[in-house]
Design a protein around this ligand. Structure first.
Ligand code: RFL
Ligand code: PHB
Length: 393
């Protein structure tokens, strides 16, 4: 088989890239290791930055998001028994975020892909990417136990942290940066109304907690847990009791609980692979970088990578330009490192790292300063709603 751009992975990065390229008549094939059911059932991100929202609209998949998504103008930080609201809209100079689950984004993109008649092969794992430094790259993949080759002009490695694209790069051409945090997030999804209209991030002596949502009737909550914890160790009641303990009294009193629809544990990690381009192979999204979910940046960075990559490929096919392809990695990485920094800072400020009391006092001072200073709130809001995309044309 032959195509213009071979895309490995049908997460948000791969699907959105395919859709943006399709709009410009560029042919793609998407190879996905998992089944469609598996991809559509994964519970992940919930907060979309304005740039992501705009890009989804541009891709023609914004209709349901604009109907069902919820715009948030602020969020709260809870600490020392207090709850302080940060007006994101005010302090960012008019920006907001959108609550719309990654599950829904993925569903909308899959539907658009199928409508466009584009090839999307499920249960077709890529095994290797070859020849991308020399010229015409090929993706070796499997389908129904058979081995196939997909010849491409370019390969987009959108196959997440565990994918094969980055692993196909010779180690001497890669520089990896990694930080593993000594805890995880235990998350629950339930059909209960959210405890608050907006998100609450809580710093507590027992550990971090987050109150989030997917809709007015579906809540998503997280508590910091130890790295060796298991979902089997947690009953629903135990989860709700732990969450209540970590919230200010008044908030805890309003918490409505219910049976889990899903419960899972996610480890926290900061990771960057440099560069993001190797000849004709381009990495995008989690394949190139991951960060703790505290800043809600992962999905949004996948979208900004795709913004740059789609424009570079459109300029190549439309005008034979290669300058944007050459600038891709640097443009992405400038934004990536700022998001890695923000997620690391927010994680460090909100989580329990050890029992040393000075560390908790320093966090409380940071939060007291942040929620009282105009300069600090402006900086927080600017980062949380998402730094602007660079001019790239
Ligand atoms: P994905 O979504 O991991 O998709 C990669 C796809 O590639 C497939 N794949 C392969 N396909 C073919 N051949 C192979 N060899 C393959 N290997 C892998 C996989 O099956 C998969 O379908 O990566 P992508 O597209 O880069 O998207 C990234 C986002 O999914 C991720 O950054 C976010 O979910 C992170 N994240 C959050 N991001 C936000 O922006 N806001 C949030 O509020 C937010 N909350 C979160 C999060 C991630 C979490 N977890 C579970 C890690 C909350 C959590 C709990
Ligand atoms: C979520 O709703 O899953 C969510 C929201 C905000 C975060 C992380 C996760 O920072």
């Amino acid at each position: 088989m032959r195509t213009q751009v071979g895309i490995i992975g049908s997460g948000p990065a791969g699907l959105l890239l395919a859709q943006l390229l399709h709009q410009h008549g560029i042919e793609t094939v998407i190879l996905e290791r998992q089944s469609r059911e598996h991809v559509e059932a994964r519970i992940r991100a919930g907060v979309l930055e304005q740039g992501t929202v705009r890009l989804l609209r541009e891709a023609g998949v914004g209709e349901r998001m604009d109907r069902e998504g919820i715009i948030h103008q602020g969020l709260s930080l809870a600490f020392s028994g207090r709850r302080e609201r940060i007006d994101l809209h005010h302090f960012s100079g008019g920006s907001t975020v959108m609550i719309y689950g990654q599950t829904e984004v993925t569903r909308d993109l899959i539907e658009a892909r199928l409508k466009a008649g584009g090839l999307l092969e499920y249960e077709a794992p890529a095994i290797a990417v070859e020849n991308f430094l020399e010229g015409q790259p090929r993706i070796i993949y499997q389908k129904n136990g058979q081995r196939y080759e997909l010849l491409c002009d370019f390969v987009a490695g959108c196959d997440g942290y565990h994918g094969v694209s980055r692993q196909s790069v010779p180690p001497d051409k890669l520089r990896l940066f990694e930080k593993i945090y000594p805890f995880g997030w235990l998350g629950i999804l339930s059909d209960t109304p959210p405890v608050n209209e907006e998100l609450i991030y809580a710093n507590h002596a027992r550990g971090f907690a987050l109150c989030s949502m997917r809709s007015h009737t579906r809540s998503r909550y997280y508590v910091q847990c130890s790295l060796d914890d298991k979902v089997e160790n947690w009953s629903d009641d135990a989860f709700w009791a732990e969450l209540r303990r970590r919230l200010p009294e008044e908030t805890a009193a309003n918490l409505i609980t219910g049976p889990r629809l899903e419960m899972s544990i996610a480890p926290l990690r900061s990771f960057v692979a440099e560069p993001m381009r190797f000849g004709q192979l381009f990495l995008a999204g989690d394949a190139a970088h991951i960060m703790p979910p505290t800043g809600a940046k992962g999905l949004n960075l996948a979208a900004s990578d795709v913004f740059y990559l789609s424009r570079a490929l459109i300029a190549y096919y439309g005008e034979k330009r290669t300058d944007l392809l050459d600038r891709y990695s640097e443009a992405c990485l400038r934004r990536v490192w700022k998001a890695i920094r923000f997620s690391w800072w927010f994680t460090t400020t909100m989580h329990k790292f050890d029992d040393d009391p000075i560390n908790h006092r320093l966090q409380l001072a940071e939060l007291d300063y942040l929620t009282g200073s105009t300069a600090a709130r402006m900086s927080f809001a600017e980062n949380y709603v998402g730094l602007p995309f660079e001019k790239f044309e």
